[in-house]
Ligand binder design. Structure first.
Ligand code: BTN
Length: 327
């Protein structure tokens, strides 16, 4: 309902009276007041209210509200979006819903996370209303061994979405999105599976959008950046990025469901920042230098060592670094 009221406010120029809203939705004036109060306090929407004239938006809110995202796209990934003002982690939030039986596709997006999680047990700095912190619950019909395919699909969807905003986005294998050699998005997939099928997968993506230098610890800055910093300080519309992501994800997930991972890989290769590069492979047995030459049909990285041996590198086992820097 909150979302419906917001949609109405967005499409109204002047004031909207409490009475008009209550009539429109068949609720009491007290209920309207309660929703307005929630919009203000929980979602941070700035409203002007006038005792006789009613309510009006002070400005278009810079928030990832479902009503604002739906203005920019449609499809199955737009249908069930939970907007959270603050949460520990959008992944945790959706994992809980998954365990309680929520169906796919469910999307959770937060303005702020106070326990944002990165890969390898790291944290994810999630400053309020600066990034896009989003998770998607899927129930893919895939064997658990192919979980990596979902993450690669997400990386491609993310890179294409960032591309729609005019940036030249690439993927550092397996799943970091980079612009000009700096990480602007990381992906954390968590899942539950039995021996032969995936039960659910929660795909968590953190995009660095409007952060500036002061929003991060200094040691992150040689490796990471934000779209705003890369775009010369111009603010980027977070709802446009999220809508582009949900649109790209729909198309690619349809391919994945149809068993056409090969098509996804073909496109992924074109966006790869790793292929053709000399890399340092770090696995449980040690480190070596090699040339990244291809991706196999399951998405493993094929490398040729300096001695000419060909190895297949699985995403779960290694860390791959460029020789000259992060990519
Ligand atoms: C990485 O380490 O590169 C992965 C970072 C993933 C961060 C996102 S933000 C939304 C979702 N919720 C989390 O707690 N983590 C992911």
């Amino acid at each position: 309902m909150k979302d419906k009221i917001l949609e109405l406010l967005l499409s109204t120029d002047g004031y909207l009276s409490g009475e008009a809203i209550s009539k429109r939705f068949g609720v009491t004036r007290a209920a309207v007041w309660k929703w307005m109060d929630q919009l203000r306090r929980e979602d941070g929407v700035e409203l002007e209210s006038h005792p006789r004239q009613g309510y009006k938006l002070k400005e278009r809110p810079d928030l990832l509200l479902p009503a604002l995202i739906r203005e920019k796209g449609s499809g199955r990934f737009f249908e069930a979006i939970d907007h959270l003002s603050i949460v520990d982690s959008t992944n945790n939030y959706l994992k809980q819903l998954a365990r309680e039986g929520a169906g796919e596709v469910r999307v959770a997006v937060a303005e702020e996370q106070n326990g944002g999680k990165g890969r390898l047990g790291r944290g994810w700095v999630s400053v309020r209303s600066k990034g896009v912190f989003v998770s998607i619950l899927l129930r893919p019909q895939l064997p658990p061994a192919l979980a990596g395919n979902i993450t690669m699909m997400a990386a491609l969807a993310g890179a294409k979405a960032v591309g729609r905003l005019g940036f030249d986005a690439k993927i550092k294998w397996p799943n970091d999105i980079v612009v000009e050699g700096k990480k602007i998005c990381g992906i954390l997939t968590e899942m539950s599976a039995n021996m032969d099928a995936m039960e659910w997968a929660v795909l968590g993506m953190g995009f660095n959008v409007n952060q500036m230098k002061e929003d991060w610890p200094e040691d992150l800055l040689d490796k990471a950046s934000s779209l705003r910093m890369l775009g010369g300080g111009r603010k980027v519309e977070r709802t446009a990025l999220l809508a582009a992501l949900l649109t790209e994800m729909d198309g690619l997930y349809t391919k994945l469901e149809a068993g056409a991972f090969g098509e996804i890989l073909e496109e992924y290769r074109k966006h790869s920042a790793t292929l053709g590069k000399r890399v340092r492979v770090i696995d449980s047995k040690g480190e070596y230098t090699a040339d990244a030459v291809d991706l196999d049909e399951e998405g493993a990285l094929v490398v040729r060592t300096l001695e000419g041996e060909v190895h297949k590198v699985l995403a779960a086992d290694v860390s791959v670094r460029g020789l000259m820097g992060y990519v």
